[in-house]
Design a protein around this ligand. Sequence first.
Ligand SMILES: C[S@@+](CC[C@H](N)C(=O)[O-])C[C@H]1O[C@@H](n2cnc3c(N)ncnc32)[C@H](O)[C@@H]1O
Length: 209
Amino acid sequence: MAHGHSHGHKGFKFDVSNLEKLRDPERLRYLNPDAIWRVIVREPPRVLVEIGVGIGYFAIPIAAQGPGRTVYACEINTVAFGYLQENLRLNRVSNVVPRLGSCRETAPRGVADWVLMGHFEAVDYLDVAFRALREQGTIVVHGLAPEERIATEPGSRFSAAAASAGVETLEMTVRRIKSYSPRISHFVLEARVKIPPKGLSDRPASGNA
Ligand SMILES: C[S@@+](CC[C@H](N)C(=O)[O-])C[C@H]1O[C@@H](n2cnc3c(N)ncnc32)[C@H](O)[C@@H]1O
């Protein structure tokens, strides 16, 4: 395992074999961008921000299927970012705005109606997602949690971060995607939220020291 640079308080690791996994055709079985598309189609985003975009597995199909939309694609890792740029060229997609660096510095503010959070530390960055939204929108968070806590932990962390930022949670669902390691599962939380008219509170979100 190669250790990447430390950005912010937690630092990040980067494992080249993880990058390989992102283009594994096996992913299509359990995490098909088309399945996400079916949800998106009910409420097509005009502006979507993806945090932790990797090589563009979600961002590219989402952008390609909605040429009128803008997809901001934030990625911290330079190697993944290089592949993303190459994949944008290969797929001739011009409505993706790639942004290299931590989402805390690179995510746009006040523009999105969807935020997709594709990295497993995403719950620590919910304040970034809330700030990216324009007023009302959908946040999709991928994460990891112990199997027996999937039904409670992700939802309560989300609600606490939302309450702390003064954001109203209108609806929320949590789904288990698959096993990640013997006791840990990969989940997806999808929430519809409303940003208060007065703007967000500056209090730090819970779990976001
Ligand atoms: C598990 S991968 C998923 C990539 C993509 N969403 C997918 O499903 O193919 C997570 C990605 O998030 C990136 N990442 C982690 N922390 C980040 C941060 N703070 N800001 C932007 N990108 C980040 C990692 O470098 C990695 O490429």
